[in-house]
Design a protein around this ligand. Structure first.
Ligand code: DAH
Length: 335
């Protein structure tokens, strides 16, 4: 009996070392300690021994049972904590979660696209101050203090002589003042007017263009701007030059493109005219050349200025300019 008990103990201790999961452990427990378990049966046999042998064998059997039970409990705990460790385990074979990537704001992309088109035609990109002298914003553009054209641009004044620029046109003066002809530049940037509704924001963006050289004609202006419209809105886009007035250009023209919404039939977006205005332009007025000391008898040139938000709205079919500046991710993620 003693040998059988010790052999069982030896076998069981070796076996329990190999157990790797809780269900195996449970099977093991039943096999040894269950109602018909090997140890349970042996213990019953101890009961059938002659009385003098019973106490010693009983003691041995109980010790083995006690040890086995505590080893099973120990193994249960070890396996459970092993499983917990697996919960925090990094499975490097799982497919990764891609982080959401940022991208350019639609206004930034349109500015880039406009600049790219003109860069290919040989224009150089220049930038200037947003806080501007009255002199560059108005005076040198042939808009004197009492000129009615000042009323069209509701200006933020910093002081009597300093403003937030109301357009990018001051860059024409700044460039000509520091460079002799020939010049061909485009100047993108922010501009400011005290205005706010579905088609106006107090800050918006413009791109200005200026080209001055010997013998530049209105034909060059038409060719350059037609090329731009066809690249920006598509080869088939019709455009027209409509006579207009700006104090710093003579003659002046506004450029309309055929309505991108109705194709020229007339709709709400184009106020039933079939046309959408996209920019102002003209031949640089000799009055401006006087401020920068260019000889108007030798040089001629053209200038143009366009609102970027308006172009972006037409390009993407957006009807509320405020959306560009609300930082609403559901809107911005569409671009
Ligand atoms: N600066 C004008 C505006 O903001 C737009 C403009 C018109 C710019 C004619 C020009 C130009 O360069 O030639 O309303």
């Amino acid at each position: 009996m003693k040998e059988r008990l010790l052999a069982l103990e030896k076998a069981a201790s070796a076996e329990i070392e190999e157990i790797e999961d809780p269900s195996e452990l449970e099977k093991f427990r039943i096999r040894y300690l269950g109602k018909k378990g090997e140890l349970t049966i042996l213990m019953k046999d101890v009961g059938g021994l002659p009385p003098p042998q019973r106490p010693e064998m009983g003691k041995l059997a109980n010790r083995i049972k006690g040890n086995l039970t505590s080893r099973i409990n120990q193994a249960k705990k070890t396996l459970a904590s092993g499983r917990d460790r697996q919960k925090g385990f990094l499975d490097v074979t799982l497919p990764g979660r891609e982080p959401r990537r940022g991208h350019l704001h639609p206004i930034t992309s349109v500015i880039k696209e406009v600049c790219q088109i003109f860069s290919k035609m040989g224009f150089r990109v220049v930038k200037g101050p947003n806080v501007e002298l009255d002199y560059y914003n108005f005076e040198a553009l042939n808009i004197p203090k009492d000129h009615p054209a000042r009323d069209m641009q509701d200006t933020f004044y910093i002081s009597d002589n300093v403003v937030l620029r109301t357009h990018t046109s001051p860059m024409q003066v700044r460039v000509m003042e520091t460079h002799l002809p020939p010049v061909s530049v485009i100047a993108p940037g922010k501009v400011y007017r005290r205005d706010s509704d579905v088609s106006h924001t107090p800050m918006f963006h413009q791109v200005e263009g200026l080209l001055v050289d010997k013998g530049v004609t209105f034909g060059d202006l038409k060719g350059t701007l037609s090329g731009f419209v066809h690249q920006m809105f598509g080869k088939e886009t019709r455009l027209r030059f409509r006579p207009s007035f700006f104090p710093f250009t003579e003659p002046s023209a506004e450029v309309d493109i055929v309505c991108v919404i109705c194709g020229g039939k007339g709709c709400r977006t184009c106020s039933h005219t079939g046309w959408l205005e996209i920019l102002g332009s003209g031949m640089v007025d000799p009055a401006v050349y006087r401020f920068v000391e260019y000889d108007a008898d030798v040089y001629s040139g053209f200038a143009f200025g366009m609102g970027i938000e308006r172009i972006a709205m037409l390009k993407y079919g957006i009807d509320d300019i405020q959306l560009f500046f609300k930082n609403e991710m559901r809107f911005l993620r569409q671009f």
